[in-house]
Write a protein that binds this ligand. Structure first.
Ligand SMILES: NC(=O)c1ccc[n+]([C@@H]2O[C@H](COP(=O)([O-])OP(=O)(O)OC[C@H]3O[C@@H](n4cnc5c(N)ncnc54)[C@H](O)[C@@H]3O)[C@@H](O)[C@H]2O)c1
Length: 319
């Protein structure tokens, strides 16, 4: 028997919105909580984008499936209402420790006794927040990957005091919602996926921050060297969203004393976020959507000789 019929998702941004939509599609009743009506409105708009994706043949949802998904979703800015019936709460608020801690503290007295809580944090450990939840035995990490309908892995990572029953609950939930669980038995910042993924994005961003290559050329190189991949690092960054990329680079740049990460964060803020280029969901990031340049037929083609002079110009160091 399912142990999770009522899911609450805290934070209705890029990942919270996907987790909510996908879990509702798989039959769960989902309450989405955020701090502002504007954020919830953005989430609702994003969900219509997800509906269109689920209607495509790869997923093959029917109009009726999509309508029932919508019916299973509710949205609120009232935390007490959001968690009143929760069997499982998945936290997907910004990757900023103080924000996460404060949400957990606020929520602790409002939760039903049986509720399990999981963090979707990309880079922090469950032990960083276990005390704030007020229920360390019922708390672990449940980490999704962006585009969860196709990247359907979920990493499950406990901390020392997580109860086995909690891991059973979240693993069952993962399987019921069509996810492949990846057990990460030892607490590790970044799990499996974020041990290499932010490192890839950071290396790519450093090339652009330092003026060594254009985003298009980084992606072109990646896509030719990895034929069959759907996008390169800057396409991926647009999907992650600039806010989370910025938060991760800023936090870990300070913690590690890494000047390049901080320079990358500053570049992202100045060249993208401040210009409203916050990522794919906003319709523009490094690329413009819905038809990003990297999907154009000639993006990976051998260039015509008419481009020779332009290419050579770009080979010559700037004065
Ligand atoms: N973006 C990704 O690709 C990705 C992938 C896996 C995990 N994650 C993780 O998921 C979490 C959320 O990331 P995101 O990219 O969805 O961020 P986001 O910036 O897109 O969304 C965060 C949402 O949280 C809301 N919020 C802010 N303060 C809040 C509060 N006190 N209570 C409730 N909501 C609040 C914001 O209004 C926003 O809607 C982070 O921990 C991130 O590391 C992100």
């Amino acid at each position: 028997m399912s142990q999770v019929n009522h899911l609450t998702v805290l934070g209705s941004g890029v990942l919270g919105g996907q987790i909510a939509w996908h879990s509702a599609f798989k039959g769960k009743n989902v309450v989405v909580y955020d701090i502002s009506e504007e954020a919830l409105a953005r989430c609702r708009a994003a969900q219509e984008h997800y509906a269109a994706i689920y209607l495509k043949p790869e997923i093959g949802a029917s109009e009726a499936d999509v309508e029932s998904t919508r019916q299973r979703l509710t949205f609120t800015t009232d935390l007490a209402r959001a968690v009143a019936q929760a069997d499982l709460v998945i936290e997907a608020v910004p990757e900023i420790p103080d924000v996460k801690t404060s949400v957990y503290r606020q929520m602790a007295p409002l939760l039903p006794a049986h509720a399990v809580v999981a963090t979707n944090s990309s880079t922090f450990l469950p032990s960083d927040f276990a005390a704030a939840t007020g229920r360390p035995d019922k708390f672990c990490a449940l980490h999704y990957a962006n585009y969860i309908w196709s990247a359907n892995v979920v990493e499950i990572m406990p901390h020392a005091a997580t109860a086995r029953a909690t891991l059973e609950t979240v693993t069952q939930f993962a399987i019921e919602t069509g996810m492949v669980p990846i057990p990460v038995g030892t607490e590790h910042n970044g799990y499996v996926i974020n041990t290499w993924f932010p490192a890839l994005l950071s290396a790519a961003q450093s090339l652009v921050t330092n003026g060594i290559a254009t985003p298009e050329d980084v992606d072109r190189t990646f896509l030719i060297a990895n034929r069959g991949a759907r996008m390169g690092p800057f396409g991926m960054m647009d999907i992650v969203g600039m806010k989370t990329t910025y938060d991760v680079s800023t936090y870990w740049g300070h913690v590690r004393g890494d000047a390049q990460m901080l320079a990358n964060a500053q570049y992202i803020k100045t060249h993208l976020m401040d210009k409203g280029r916050t990522g794919m969901l906003a319709g523009k990031g490094y690329y413009d959507y819905p038809n990003p340049a990297f999907e154009a037929a000639d993006f990976l083609a051998v260039p015509p000789l008419s481009q020779l002079s332009d290419i050579v110009d770009r080979c010559i160091p700037k004065a």
